[in-house]
Design a protein around this ligand. Structure first.
Ligand SMILES: C[S@@+](CC[C@H](N)C(=O)[O-])C[C@H]1O[C@@H](n2cnc3c(N)ncnc32)[C@H](O)[C@@H]1O
Length: 214
């Protein structure tokens, strides 16, 4: 198993125990607001369509849905997390938001016949090998218009194990994963360009990158 989020029984137990905000990493308010603030600084505005890949229980979504409404879409590996996000978070917002905008998948396929202007993957690729980043970009390509941008976070590092500035160990070959900028560039499909952004104010030091659809 690539990461513990793929253990659906475990996710169900976490949700049943009332941990749906903690299980996606904690810092619920700070990291949720940061995602929405950052994307708006990058130009996200009302009317844009956004795909939140690995949206979890909508830590970012609760700040983005009030801006985007039904133009916010989310993919996640865990149905338990999507259900908790919808029932315990999105449904309490004073915004019409269709449950069908949330889709369970581990392979990044997009079930809606639409194209996106923005993508977000906050703390998704930190749990996946870089081959999955490549697979994700290849799979979502037809659903992103030319010029659309996917903002994604990662841990930066080289070698088998790195201690990040927050004290967390990350690894080349197991969750939590780190990547080098060169490795990311090598795994970026030709339909996308890759640019390193780096520090974006993440409280634990995850770095930001952006992929732009050619
Ligand atoms: C640390 S949480 C972050 C959730 C959300 N982006 C946030 O900031 O709160 C990582 C999320 O990635 C999801 N995930 C892990 N592997 C995945 C995969 N292969 N496909 C889709 N989602 C995945 C997990 O289920 C989990 O919700």
């Amino acid at each position: 198993m690539m990461n513990y989020y793929l253990d659906e029984e475990h996710m169900r137990r976490e949700v049943a125990a009332g941990h749906h905000r903690q299980v996606v990493g904690g810092l619920w308010e700070e990291l949720g607001a940061l995602q929405a603030r950052f994307l708006q600084e990058q130009g996200l505005t009302k009317g844009d369509r956004l795909l939140d890949i690995g949206c979890g229980t909508l830590r970012g979504g609760v700040h983005l849905i009030p801006l985007l409404g039904a133009n916010y879409y989310g993919l996640d590996a865990s149905q338990a997390l999507l259900d908790a996000g919808y029932e315990q978070e999105a449904a309490l917002l004073d915004v019409a938001f269709p449950r069908s905008n949330l889709h369970r998948t581990t392979s990044f396929e997009i079930p809606w016949p639409i194209t996106f202007d923005f993508g977000l993957a906050q703390s998704l690729f930190t749990h996946l090998p870089v081959s999955e980043l490549q697979r994700c970009l290849e799979t979502i390509t037809p659903h992103f218009r030319s010029g659309a941008r996917l903002f994604a976070t990662c841990w930066e590092g080289a070698g088998p194990c790195v201690i990040q500035s927050c004290g967390k160990p990350t690894f080349e070959a197991q969750d939590p994963y780190h990547y080098t900028q060169d490795v990311i560039a090598t795994h970026t499909p030709a339909d996308w360009s890759f640019r390193w952004i780096g520090d974006w104010g993440h409280l634990r030091g995850q770095q930001m990158m952006v992929f732009t659809r050619r």
